[in-house]
Design a protein around this ligand. Sequence first.
Ligand SMILES: Nc1nc2c(ncn2[C@@H]2O[C@H](COP(=O)(O)OP(=O)(O)OP(=O)(O)O)[C@@H](O)[C@H]2O)c(=O)[nH]1
Ligand SMILES: [Mg+2]
Length: 395
Amino acid sequence: MQVKTFIDESLPKALYKAKQEHGNDIILLESQEFKDPGKFGDKVMVKITVSIQDGNDKVKSWQPPQVKRYEEQTEPKKRAQSKEEKKFDEVIQGILAKKPKELDQEKKILDELASLRKEIANLSVKTEAAGEPDFPNVFNDMYRQLKEKGIADDIAKAWIRRIYHLYENPDKVSSRDIRKSIKTEMRRIVKPYTFSKNGVHNRPKVVLLLGATGVGKTTTAMKLAAHPDMYAQKDVAIISTDPYGPSEALKSFGKISGVQVAEARGTDEIAKTIEKFQDKDVVIVDTPGRSPFESNHLKILEEYVKVVKPSEIFLVLSMSTDLDDLFLSCAMYMLLKPTGVAFTKFDETTKPGKLFSILDELKLPVVYFSEGKRVFIDIAPGRVDYIENKIFDQN
Ligand SMILES: Nc1nc2c(ncn2[C@@H]2O[C@H](COP(=O)(O)OP(=O)(O)OP(=O)(O)O)[C@@H](O)[C@H]2O)c(=O)[nH]1
Ligand SMILES: [Mg+2]
């Protein structure tokens, strides 16, 4: 095993650099901020130390994201292999490779490609599907609808092609049949998180909520505590670790619902407060918002994990965030090995289909979907039916 260091402006960038040189099998040992005015001016830089397995020194050049061809997606051997190999590190590699903003030159090329693709898409669906079977209109219409709802081109194409090949007489297939098959495809990606209905064996079950500023972590804590299929049947406490204390909304929720709300600042206080709630079924620890791109973010969150010792870590993602930014912040949060993902602010996006791109990478069960501020109402369990309706129903 070798140990190497890499320096860049942020942790994701430094990780990206290390993976460019040494592939996926590196292990992050340490990250550290530092200043070197002689070399980097005023900038706070990040130095990471990684371990590299012996023999793993082949250099992988950066490739812009490519749309997978149908043959690649369906060829059974290749698919099975890539599924097996999609380990955590590879997810991050994929995520980072999709973040062209880091590399100006490539970003330019990708921007040009993106606008070219848009133009082609406007010409006709047929032109875009050149070299493919001449799909009946009902398939083309469905493909267009999927894309309008934000489903990535490669995912939409793969679904349509697979479904087309399912039928002996594709000309006779109705849009209802296709919708049914698409739901089956969606089900492969959207797996609901299972909330145990029985009593909690190892009390208390400690749930840590993570996510960028303002994504809806505190609202998620309340919604989880209030929903009958989630934790409403259990004896729940919520610990706010926000330096400004619990929000007014959280305090009123505590009064209305009977859920005990406590505040704790600093790691000692957090540990003591969790200790105080040993008789609760569930303790939800709400973390304060920070930008996932702050260079010491990971270190702070690792502290939380160490102190809280959560049985579950739920990552909260807002659907109103740009997809590239979502991918990049996920690269950071995935290092903490979350056990579920909660999606908020579905009411603030016209592209609910981007959910599939995220879940296809994260491979985490869905804790719940949120589509508004109202704690007791704007919430749906993480089942595929919810997203199916979002994609197909007019409103
Ligand atoms: N439209 C909409 N607003 C939401 C949703 N979920 C939460 N909000 C609102 O988003 C705002 C921020 O929500 P919070 O729960 O405070 O978010 P947070 O992640 O705890 O924020 P910080 O602790 O500051 O990082 C509040 O006004 C919420 O009412 C949602 O699904 N849709
Ligand atoms: Mg909050």
